[in-house]
Ligand binder design. Structure first.
Ligand code: GTP
Ligand code: MG
Length: 197
């Protein structure tokens, strides 16, 4: 798929204020700092479209980006950052649950997992919640450039094995690197396929 145009549309905290839900959208979520915003920039080929930072907690709002005037990419704030108040965590949970349950044009939620780590309870719990809500999702194992390919594949296999304990069917999954631009064709091809369904 060719990205001819990628434009920031709006940021907000309320799902009812998001753009009218007539176009399909693809949202990115995962632990703070896992690389959600960087992946959006890599996919669109626009370096500074989504704001990134080496410090966790950069993205705080629901951010819509319109692609080719046909579909949206949505950058969401992350979870699992220890130095966040209970109040902020609850606010995040409320906003994300509202977004996931009310956004009917959400074609796929990409849940990003740090490919360097063993399965993290916070990710598995989040994935279970997404499953219970019936939200279509896929996994993206990020930052693959930070280690060897065989190490990445090994970690992915351990994660998928863990998922098999509670899931009969595994979701689609991808390996990515925003730095090495890995996973771009596979992810855009997947989005293209879902858009055509
Ligand atoms: P929050 O908005 O804070 O939840 O973080 P995020 O998930 O949007 O992460 P972000 O894209 O801001 O990236 C966090 C840090 O990881 C930045 O320093 C990025 O440069 C770095 N990073 C993101 N993706 C990759 C990657 O694929 N490879 C490497 N080496 N670094 C990455
Ligand atoms: Mg971000």
């Amino acid at each position: 798929m060719v990205i001819r145009d990628a434009r920031f549309v709006m940021s907000n905290t309320r799902v009812d204020l998001c753009p009218s839900g007539t176009l399909p959208e693809y949202a990115f979520i995962g632990r703070s700092n896992v690389g959600k915003s960087s992946l959006i920039n890599m996919l669109t080929g626009r370096n500074a479209l989504a704001k990134t930072s080496s410090l966790p907690g950069k993205t705080q709002l629901i951010n819509h980006f319109l692609i080719n005037d046909e579909w949206y990419l949505v950058d969401l704030p992350g979870y699992g950052y220890a130095r966040v108040s209970k109040e902020s965590r609850e606010k995040w949970g409320k906003m994300i649950r509202a977004y996931l349950s009310k956004r009917e044009n959400l074609s796929c939620l990409f849940v990003l997992i740090d490919s360097r780590l063993p399965p993290q309870a916070v990710d598995l719990e989040f994935i279970n919640m997404v499953g219970e809500m019936g939200v279509p999702f896929a996994l993206v194992f990020t930052k693959a450039d930070k280690q060897s390919g065989s190490r990445t594949r090994q970690n992915v296999e351990v994660f998928l094995e863990k998922m098999r304990e509670s899931w009969e069917e595994l979701p689609a999954w991808f390996i990515s690197s925003a730095v090495a631009k890995e996973g771009r064709d596979a992810l855009l091809g997947f989005i293209d396929d879902v858009n055509r369904q």
